[in-house]
Design a protein around this ligand. Structure first.
Ligand code: SF4
Ligand SMILES: [Zn+2]
Length: 332
């Protein structure tokens, strides 16, 4: 898992990488090929991977002959990086995680079993919000039991007006969003305002990179999308690639409410709670008096027990100790 340079999420989780769609402007393909090493040689090392109908499966990171990890040993061929499942354990606070930034996880070539494994991984770490994005939203409907949690966001990528129909395949009764990136033409938002009413979020971005024939959007294409979104009260996130096109003052960086929530993991929540040594009530440790001690002279003080405010005040009175100021602690 990586801290993301994509501005609308905190992290990317690339359990499945590689894609067979072949978009001209694909940065994921460029990156995968750059960090693939010698693919022909890697394929001969059959003790390091398995294959199934979806493609390559790595249970462990692929280590090259020089002892270093090769991140995409099969280039842009579909690969399931199973060893990445537990990387989510490292994140303590809930984050917004874009799953599959280096693939189209819902491409027709990806087996259900791979997608199920990804969903199971998300369910096991449900303090996070998960964002999925595909150019093949029909697949959402094909899957049985598409997870419906409030932390799951299903998106579709649209780049031209002709592709606006993809929106109709987004799943019902789920959080849905549309990523218009890279915007390659005027998508005629005035004609598709139903889309803007039904979606929970719209992301807009311009093409980046140095591709010959790269499309520089007309500011009017963006302005029209923002105007319809405002009318429908749909949050809009404009990527930094649009700053040069529309100017910083016109930039909008809005999120749906759920993506602003930062939940704590069960582990963290458990760590935050303590028990009063007197009345045994459980409360957040920072709402109680901590009883600290040093194990050696000049050493660090460590909290070894906690007492709730009423018990502490009672204890002070019983022992003739002046009650110190206890601001911010719970009275009950
Ligand atoms: S769908 Fe996405 S990952 Fe696949 S080729 Fe197109 S841009 Fe690349
Ligand atoms: Zn108490």
């Amino acid at each position: 898992m990586n801290r993301s340079r994509i501005e609308w999420c905190d992290h990317t989780l690339n359990i499945v990488t590689g894609c067979r769609r072949g978009c001209e402007y694909c940065y994921a393909r460029t990156m995968s090929l750059r960090f693939s090493g010698n693919v022909r040689l890697n394929i001969t090392r059959t003790d390091k991977y398995r294959k199934d109908e979806g493609g390559y499966i790595l249970d462990e990171p692929f280590i090259g002959e020089n002892g270093k990890q090769i991140i995409y040993p099969f280039g842009f061929e579909p690969t399931l990086h199973r060893y990445r499942f537990n990387t989510l354990d490292k994140l303590k606070m809930g984050q917004n995680i874009f799953v599959g930034a280096m693939a189209d996880l819902f491409g027709d070539w990806v087996p259900d079993s791979w997608i199920d494994e990804v969903f199971r991984c998300c369910a096991a770490h449900d303090q996070h919000n998960y964002l999925f994005l595909t150019k093949n939203p029909e697949r959402y409907a094909d899957l049985e039991d598409l997870p419906a949690g409030e932390n799951m966001f299903y998106g579709v990528t649209i780049t031209t007006e002709e592709e606006m129909h993809r929106f109709n395949f987004l799943p019902a009764r789920r959080n849905i969003f549309v990523s218009i990136e890279p915007i390659l033409e005027d998508v005629l938002p005035e004609k598709h305002n139903l889309l803007f009413r039904q979606t929970d979020w719209i992301i807009i971005g311009a093409e980046t990179g140095r591709r010959k024939g790269k499309v520089i959007p007309d500011p009017e294409w963006i302005r029209k999308i923002v105007a319809v979104a405002e009318q429908e009260k749909t949050p809009v996130f404009m990527k930094d690639s649009l700053i040069e096109i529309v100017g910083e003052d016109a930039m909008k960086r809005e999120f749906p409410d759920q993506l602003l929530v930062r939940k704590k993991s069960e582990k963290i929540l458990a760590k935050m709670m303590g028990e009063c040594v007197e009345c045994h009530e459980r409360k957040e440790k920072n709402k109680m008096v901590s009883i600290t001690a040093r194990t050696k002279r000049g050493g660090k003080t460590n909290a070894f027990a906690y007492m709730c405010k009423p018990c502490f005040v009672k204890w002070c009175r019983e022992h003739g100790v002046k009650v110190p100021p206890l601001e911010g602690l719970e009275d009950k």
